[in-house]
Design a protein around this ligand. Structure first.
Ligand SMILES: Cc1cc2nc3c(=O)[nH]c(=O)nc-3n(C[C@H](O)[C@H](O)[C@H](O)COP(=O)(O)O)c2cc1C
Length: 189
C-alpha cells in the first residue's frame, strides 16, 4: 500500500450508496462530516443520481458532465469512502455505477492508487457485509488502494455504538492514518 501519511490536511470524498433523503447511510456520512477532526474534510460526492449508466460509447471526448465532475472530484481527494447499504446481497446500483465511471479510462481512472474504504449500515443482522465486500472488490479491480480491515458496519442505528461520540472520529483518524481500525461489530463472529 502506498504511504500517504505525509499528507497534512486530508480530504475524504464520500460515495453514498443510498439516494434516500432519510437514509441511515446518509446520516452516517453526515456524522462523519460533523465529527471530522480539524485536519480532515469530508465531502459528499454529488450527482450520483444523475450519472448515466456507464456506457463506453458515452465515454471519451464527450463524457457527460456529471461523470467528468465526479472523476475530477475523486481524483483530487486524498481518500475515498463508500458509505453504503446493501441491496439484494450486493452494493446498490448507484454505487456500482459510480465505481464503473471512476474505473475508466482503463489503468488511469480516478480510483487508481486511491486509498478506499467502505462503511455502512443496514437494519438487518448482516450490516451490509456482502455489499461492503463487493464494493471493496470492485474498487480493487478499478485500481484503488483498498484499506484492509477498516470496518464500520452495523446492523442497526439504534445500537449504542452510534451513540458513541468518538466512533466516527476514531474511524476517520484510522482512515487518515491508514491503520487498522477495530471493527465496530465483528461480523465474522
Ligand atoms: C431493493 C432493496 C434491496 C435490499 N436488500 C437488502 C439486502 O440484501 N441486505 C440488507 O441487509 N438489507 C437490504 N435492504 C434493506 C436496506 O438495507 C434498508 O432499506 C436500508 O435502510 C437502506 O439504506 P438507507 O437507509 O441508507 O437508504 C434492501 C432494500 C431495498 C430497497
Amino acid at each position: 500500500m502506498t504511504d500517504h501519511t505525509e499528507t497534512r490536511h486530508t480530504r475524504v470524498v464520500v460515495l453514498l450508496g443510498s439516494l434516500r433523503t432519510d437514509s441511515y447511510n446518509r446520516r452516517i456520512a453526515e456524522r462523519l462530516q460533523a465529527e471530522a477532526p480539524p485536519d480532515v474534510t469530508v465531502e459528499l460526492a454529488t450527482g450520483l443520481d444523475n450519472l448515466p449508466f456507464y456506457n463506453e460509447e458515452l465515454d471519451g471526448d464527450g463524457v457527460p458532465a456529471t461523470a467528468r465532475d465526479l472523476r475530477a472530484h475523486v481524483a483530487s481527494a486524498d481518500r475515498v469512502l463508500a458509505v453504503t447499504p446493501e441491496y439484494n446481497g450486493t452494493m446498490p446500483a448507484v454505487l456500482n455505477n459510480a465505481i464503473d465511471w471512476l474505473s475508466r479510462p482503463y489503468g488511469v481512472g480516478a480510483l487508481k492508487g486511491k486509498p478506499f474504504a467502505v462503511v455502512g449500515a443496514t437494519p438487518t443482522r448482516s450490516g451490509g457485509r456482502w455489499s461492503h465486500e463487493d464494493a471493496r472488490r470492485s474498487a480493487t479491480v478499478a485500481g484503488a488502494d483498498v484499506v484492509p480491515d477498516l470496518l464500520l458496519s452495523h446492523s442497526t442505528l439504534d445500537a449504542d455504538v452510534f451513540d458513541d461520540p468518538d466512533v466516527f472520529g476514531r474511524f476517520l483518524a484510522a482512515l487518515v492514518a491508514l491503520v487498522e481500525h477495530q471493527p465496530v461489530v465483528d461480523l465474522a463472529a
